[in-house]
Design a protein around this ligand. Structure first.
Ligand SMILES: NC(=O)N[C@@H](CC(=O)O)C(=O)O
Ligand SMILES: [Zn+2]
Length: 425
């Protein structure tokens, strides 16, 4: 069955909007153009909204299997679809961990059963993400691992990281690192700076992250590996990535919306909805993340969607788990704060949330082109709405952005030619 998405505004390479129709059949885009019509096709009226490729999020936590009280593949993928994402990579801190062929197959089965968009699972770098016994890269790749990570914890031993990087290089897989030196965490719950002292809460120093990135880029160089840094949060980390890129090391990096939007001094009180790892850093760190995106040091934006229950987040930062949800607020917040204000172009934002993320992992998604998967979204750039965590499709309510007003909401999501999310009329 051919479908035609009619009367939508698409960005061209120059970043100008042009009104087009998009035809799709068998889940593939078959034509894009001003005069595209197909006799007998089902018409989806686009109402002049902006069309963008479905977003690609390379850092997400869906919690299933093992932590279904926080999120499931069904609720997490539906939340992502509502946020405009059509491809998401699921981190391996589940129970069991995708560290064996059997566990990988279990997770593949769950995804097949309940995901409403494309969910690509990571394989873990070590058994049970405990940093000790290395996993079998070849086997996990053969069973669908999109890349390798122990996200949630840093790999403490350089030798473990180095050996896994050598294996990953052999199979051309990307090693994706949550960088955190456990000897430098000091049981901290927020950034070691000014605000943690005002709130009398233990701090996490910036070096906790940056020293491990500095180590890893050198290991990646020696191993000839492709290395991707998760959720970069400090200016020293930015410098380490920038220098590594300049030296020709195969490193890429992501930044999260909250680290671009917030800083430590914004934290109003000892409220666990402001607790995430890495923590909100200083104003100078935030500025360096913006500069790094603009100069290409940081390649893409990833949400690090990390749902937890209201009970877990109820009672202050100490004792609460790290993490905030991200799918349903990422685009409108970034659009409102940085595109509407003229800091970024719409094309930059869309690219950082789609094709730039896909390119890191050689994924053929995140583009609107004939022959590509028919994954696309409509955005109502005029629509203004107050963020209400109670209305999230995600099971998580843990966001510091509750009550913020934002403009530019995804209103329709098409995945492989089928509508998987549509705003209620
Ligand atoms: N980012 C977080 O604060 N938490 C993540 C783990 C992670 O991404 O490090 C989680 O799984 O809850
Ligand atoms: Zn992490």
């Amino acid at each position: 069955m051919t479908k035609v998405l009619q009367n939508v505004q698409m960005l061209n390479e120059q970043g100008e909007l042009q009104t087009v129709n998009i035809a799709m059949a068998e889940g593939i885009i078959t034509a894009i153009g001003q005069d595209v019509t197909v006799v007998g096709a089902e018409v989806i009226e686009g109402k002049g909204f902006i069309v963008a490729p479905g977003f690609v999020d390379v850092h997400t936590h869906l919690r299933e299997p093992g932590f279904e009280h926080k999120e499931t593949i069904a609720t997490g993928s539906a939340s992502a679809a509502k946020g405009g994402f059509t491809t998401i990579c699921a981190m391996p801190n589940t129970k069991p961990v995708p560290d064996s062929v059997a566990n990988m197959q279990l997770i593949n089965g769950l995804i097949k059963e309940s995901a409403v968009i494309r969910v690509l699972p990571y394989g873990s770098l070590t058994k049970d993400i405990s940093g000790e016994v290395r996993t079998n890269v070849e086997e996990l790749k053969a069973n669908g691992a999109v890349a390798f990570s122990d996200d949630g914890v840093g790999i403490q031993l350089a030798s473990t990281m180095y050996e896994q990087m050598k294996d990953a290089a052999q199979y051309d897989m990307v090693v994706v690192a949550h960088c955190e030196d456990n000897s430098l965490i000091y049981d901290g719950v927020m950034h070691e700076g000014k605000r943690n002292k005002e709130l009398d809460l233990p701090g996490i120093p910036s070096i906790c992250e940056s020293v491990q990135i500095a180590r890893d880029v050198l290991l990646a160089e020696a191993a000839g590996a492709r290395y991707h840094v998760c959720h970069v949060s400090t200016k020293e980390s930015v410098r380490a990535v920038r220098d590594a890129k300049a030296a020709g090391i195969r490193v890429t990096a992501e930044v999260c919306p909250h680290h671009l939007l917030l800083e430590e001094m914004d934290i109003p009180s000892d409220d666990a909805n402001w607790k995430m790892n890495p923590p909100l850093r200083g104003a100078d760190d935030k500025d360096s993340l913006h500069a790094a995106l603009l100069d290409g040091t940081i390649d893409c934006i990833a949400t690090d969607h990390a749902p937890h229950t209201v009970e877990e987040k109820c009672c202050g930062m100490v004792g609460a788990p790290f993490g905030i949800v991200g799918f349903e607020t990422a685009f409108p917040l970034l659009y409102t704060q940085f595109v509407e204000t003229g800091k970024w172009t719409l094309k930059q934002l869309i690219d950082w949330m789609s094709v730039k993320a896909a390119e890191i992992f050689d994924l053929p998604y995140g583009t609107l082109a004939v022959g590509a998967s028919a994954d696309m979204i409509l955005i109502d750039i005029q629509k203004e709405q107050t963020i209400d965590a109670e209305g999230f499709v995600s099971k998580g309510r843990n966001t510091p952005f509750n009550g913020w007003v934002a403009k530019g909401w995804p209103v329709l999501t098409i995945f492989e030619g089928n509508i998987v999310y549509q705003e209620a009329e």
